[in-house]
Write a new protein. Sequence first.
Length: 171
Amino acid sequence: MADHRSIRRLAISLLALTCLSCSEVEGATLDYRAECSEVKPRAVILRVRWLQSVTPTTAPQIEVSIYKDGFTTGRFVKAAVADPKAVPESGVTMLAAEGPMAAAKLPEALSLRVESLQSVKEGAEIEAVLGGLIPGLNYYVRVRGISDEVIRIRAPICPADFVDTQGEKPK
């Protein structure tokens, strides 16, 4: 019995060490944050940041799916994020990847836009802001060319900070 306990302790310690080393690598490469928009009530945005100094393996593009196996089955949308100057102020609509979703109408949950792409932190990082997420849904996100890591993000449910006076009865 003593051998099983020591093996268990060793396995737990090894697992904890592995997880710590993974989180350091992930934190250094990409940073994802879903939040409520400060501009549009009840709108969810997703901020994705990566270091400017990371040399892309291919032309970087953000890919998003609502399906757990979306990247392997081709059910995702994507947009190029190589040059911040190439994204107009109006944003860029994310397009379906080649495959089953390219010919079909996209589900509403994948009608996403790259609202902005800019250098932040004095040019040390690039930040892409995605809009059009549906509150409460899970999204799977990756930035090809920077990292093949897939992150699951739950879009928050954003409260409105205003009162609808049109629906009130007059006094």
